[in-house]
Design a protein around this ligand. Structure first.
Ligand code: ADP
Ligand code: MG
Length: 294
């Protein structure tokens, strides 16, 4: 009876838009008691929009958008996509990139019009490049973050030139999914590389109290391991390249169907609808399927 029940389980899973790598996954799914959620692209849509371009005095908004937009045209990060789209919308075309490198979870550095342009976490600019924002821009940046918007700093020629804010949208089903996780006895944790104020704002909106923010991509897996050391059986839901190691480390890795191939390959289970309600369905289904077998 066991193989039949498992096949029924996986067949029903396919109907719900859940693809699992094999029936053995049902067992770890059943034992999960903690669910770690990546923010961008998992809890939120990850389709970001540029909302504000605020230059320092003496710099025009056009110059800020032109140089930051061109620098970000080398990156595939959702923040970069928002900045490039916003800059193109206002300016038409953007200058060519002369060279480009990105630092995962930190920002980009590029040469545009002969200038070294940096766009990224304010702390990365401060600690790696000794470029500090003037006080009025820090105040503006904190205000954006408190509203749940991600703000990045822009510099060129060794000087701070402005901040850009991008907004993301929490998926309509995320808050409901968190309620269901609680009902299933799961402890939700929000995990993100983004700023703590932004993360807190999103967490408050959906009902999560355990927030781990400003976590570098390489540190995400370490957070999973520390929860496991505390005796927790951990599911991790993510979509990005920067989530892959954490997804593979978790007892159950769950990828969003809209996620990167790397995230999907590192996972045990994929949610075709890219909707956290499907993660709750998967856990409920595996518990029922295994109850049928016993
Ligand atoms: P998440 O965990 O939310 O997916 P990431 O680890 O990808 O976040 O990024 C963390 C932070 O690094 C961002 O909030 C941003 O400040 C900075 N960052 C990463 N990539 C870029 C980029 N291409 N341009 C500007 N900032 C970036
Ligand atoms: Mg993500």
């Amino acid at each position: 009876a066991t193989p039949t029940a498992l096949m029924v389980g996986t067949g029903r899973g396919a109907q719900l838009g859940i693809v699992i790598k094999g029936p053995q996954i049902l067992e770890s799914t059943r034992r999960v008691d903690t669910i770690v959620l990546d923010k961008t692209g998992t809890v939120t849509t990850g389709r970001m929009t540029l909302t504000v371009a605020q230059p320092v005095s003496g710099v025009s908004e056009k110059d800020l958008l032109r140089l930051a937009g061109a620098a970000e045209s080398g990156s595939e990060h959702p923040i970069a996509a928002a900045i490039v789209a916003g800059a193109r919308y206002r300016l038409g075309s953007l200058p060519a990139l002369e060279s480009f490198t990105s630092e995962q979870g930190l920002g980009v550095q590029a040469v545009v019009e002969g200038q070294l342009v940096l766009v990224g976490r304010p702390r990365w600019l401060a600690e790696n490049w000794s470029i500090d924002l003037p006080a009025e821009l820090t105040t503006a940046l904190v205000a954006f973050e408190e509203q749940g918007q991600t703000a990045v700093a822009v510099a060129w020629d060794g000087q701070p030139r402005g901040v850009l804010a991008v907004s993301d949208v929490v998926k309509a089903t995320s808050a409901d999914a968190i309620k269901q996780f609680h009902k299933l006895g799961l402890r939700p944790v929000l995990l993100t590389g983004d700023n703590a104020r932004v993360a807190q704002s999103v967490a408050a909106e959906i009902g999560i109290s355990d927030v781990r923010a400003e976590v570098l991509p390489a540190e995400k897996a370490e957070i999973i391991r520390s929860l496991q050391r505390d005796g927790q059986v951990v599911a991790m839901v993510g979509d990005g390249v920067n989530d892959a190691v954490a997804l593979a480390t978790a007892d159950l890795g769950i990828a969003m169907g809209t996620g990167t191939d790397v995230a999907i390959e590192a996972s045990d289970l994929t949610l075709i609808r890219s909707d956290l309600l499907a993660a709750a369905d998967a856990i409920r289904l595996s518990r029922r399927t295994l109850a049928t077998i016993k």
